[in-house]
Design a protein around this ligand. Structure first.
Ligand code: F6P
Length: 537
């Protein structure tokens, strides 16, 4: 990987100059060019990506692509797909793409295929009811116990693909919040429940605590003998799994070259395969594989992950936008923003470059969002009329899954209307004209009109996809994964480690070990007071 401060590139300097011209440009004026919607759209498979409602011109696009070239994106992509140890601070390759690679010479093909076979056989046994619990009953409920990447990906996909699910009910326990654990368990019959403990490291406090609690609850009712037919584990740490008391036949391996937040394609996705069946799980992988190929083989000016990443850099580093919103127009994707928060923010929330030097430019953006239309009645006010510029991804589908056209037309009309409103806004003159048709005095109109103005000029990118299927979802997720990679290359950071999560974990252990008699010599006064107050309760 090249090691270049992006701000020193020729393209960046040109972008700086170009930005001065662009910052007063009105997005709606750019549509005086009648070819714009076509020129700034990509049709790929069943995706239409319309990025014409962004604050860019053809010059901006060309300069951003120059930036990608100068940052060495092409050779970085070779390293990424070629299995180089691009996660340098952990000395690891980043090969989640190998998990869905259908090529004959794919990285670790034999190992990947053998684990897939394990997943396929196991899911078929559970779904068909051939696998019996300790009292001879078939499994009806599955509980995924994991956190971070061992929870967010599987949970997001299981929710997203609910339409395709079978009779199994899948539950998720992630937080080390005992109340949440008990709320989940109280609905379950241990005789018909399968517990999937998912932890890449098998050292995560939350997951191990939750797994122990659940195991105890189970053993108290059905005895130790039942553990082997009701508990399975997914991890790279086979020793720790054995120590936990899980039968080695019930272990689904994964590898250190798969990052936790990119692991839903591996055996971490076991609960997905259980929920929707192995064939659908394969379609999810297939969709991601198609996006991998698109990303690897398409020129940058037609490349969805490259262009979306460059847009993000443009807003982040030139317009100084701090956040990006993700607005799916389907309730099925209600966990997508949460999933992307980890994927994007754990990856690119870095402020030291690949030389180990403090960075002087902005890196990872803040990701947030909720489905439309709910979000329109919550935070859209701020996007429309607030003082911040918030680029947003709108994700919608041409067809609904149950085919209710009345609802779907309304849903999608809102999608289209919002992107239009965000771009065009409403001028003072338009407001005045509108108010003049109402029964209002001149005075009332004068007083009210400034509050009803929308400045517009708010950028959005529209992803209009044929239908929410395992395959299209796989492609969508992979698109964001590659977008993360491209941004990391440009910002010259290591996207695949997460040292920033360690300090809090260390301190939590320290506090927990002394929670009954906090060591006042090592903590600050606020923390001491909080812990002491907690102890009194
Ligand atoms: O704390 C962050 C993290 O390490 C994530 O990167 C990871 O997805 C999560 O914890 C869970 O880790 P594990 O799968 O090892 O339990």
């Amino acid at each position: 990987m090249r090691n270049i401060n992006p701000t020193t590139t020729t393209a960046w300097k040109k972008l700086d100059v170009h930005f001065k011209e662009m910052k007063n440009v009105q997005l709606k004026d750019l549509f005086n060019d009648e070819g714009r919607a076509v020129d700034f759209s990509i049709h790929w498979e069943d995706f239409l990506v319309d990025y014409s409602k962004n604050l860019i011109t053809k010059d901006t696009r060309a300069l951003l692509i120059d930036l990608a070239e100068e940052a060495g994106l092409k050779s970085a992509m070779k390293s990424y797909f070629g299995g180089d140890k691009i996660n340098a601070t952990e000395g690891r390759s980043v090969m989640h793409t190998a998990l869905r690679d259908e090529g004959d010479t794919a990285f670790a093909k034999e190992e990947v295929d053998s684990v897939k076979k394990l997943i396929e056989d196991f899911t078929q046994k559970i779904i068909s009811g051939r696998h019996k619990g300790v009292t001879g009953k078939a499994i009806t409920d599955v509980v995924n116990i994991g956190i971070g990447g061992s929870d967010l990906g599987p949970q997001m996909v299981v929710e997203a693909l609910k339409f395709y699910k079978n009779h199994l009910n899948v539950h998720f326990i992630s937080n080390v919040d005992g109340d949440h654990v008990m709320e989940t368990l109280k609905k379950l019959n241990p005789e018909t429940t399968l517990f999937v403990i998912v932890s890449k490291t098998f050292t995560t406090q939350e997951t191990l605590t939750n797994a122990q609690t659940v195991r105890k609850w189970f053993v108290e009712q059905l005895g130790e003998n039942g553990v082997s037919s009701h508990f399975v584990a997914v991890s790279t740490n086979l020793e720790a799994i054995a120590d936990f008391g899980i039968d080695h036949n019930n272990v689904f391996p994964m590898w250190d070259w798969v990052g936790g937040r990119f692991s839903l394609w591996s055996s971490v996705g076991l609960s997905i395969a259980l929920a929707i069946g192995y064939k659908n799980f394969e379609s999810l992988l297939h969709g991601a594989y198609k996006m991998d190929r698109h990303f690897r083989d398409t020129p940058f000016d037609q490349n969805i992950p490259v262009l979306t990443a460059l847009l993000s850099v443009w807003y982040n580093n030139f317009y100084k936008c701090e956040t990006e919103a993700i607005i799916p127009y389907t309730q099925y994707l209600h966990r997508l923003p949460a999933y992307l928060q980890q994927a994007i923010m754990e990856s690119n929330g870095k402020s030291v470059d690949r030389n180990g030097k403090k960075i002087t430019y902005e890196t990872g953006n803040i990701i947030w969002g909720e489905p439309g239309t709910n979000s329109q009645h919550a935070f859209f006010q701020l996007i429309h009329q607030g003082s911040k510029l918030i680029p947003a991804d709108f994700i919608g589908f041409k067809k609904s899954l149950y085919g209710n056209k009345n609802h779907h037309d309304k849903l999608m009309a809102n999608f289209f209307a919002q992107t239009e409103a965000l771009m065009n806004g409403k001028t003072l003159e338009q407001v005045e004209l509108e108010l003049s048709t109402k029964e209002m005095s001149r005075n009332q109109i004068e007083q009210l009109k400034p509050f009803k103005v929308f400045s517009g000029n708010k950028p959005t990118t529209s992803f209009l996809i044929e239908k929410l299927t395992p395959e299209s979802l796989g492609a969508l997720i992979a698109m964001y994964e590659h977008k993360i990679f491209v941004q990391g290359v440009i910002w010259n950071i290591y996207s695949y480690d997460q040292w920033g999560v360690e300090l809090g974990k260390q301190l939590a252990t320290k506090i927990l070990n002394n929670i009954d008699s906090i060591d006042e010599s090592v903590h600050d006064l606020s923390t001491i007071s909080l812990v002491n107050s907690y102890k009194k309760s």
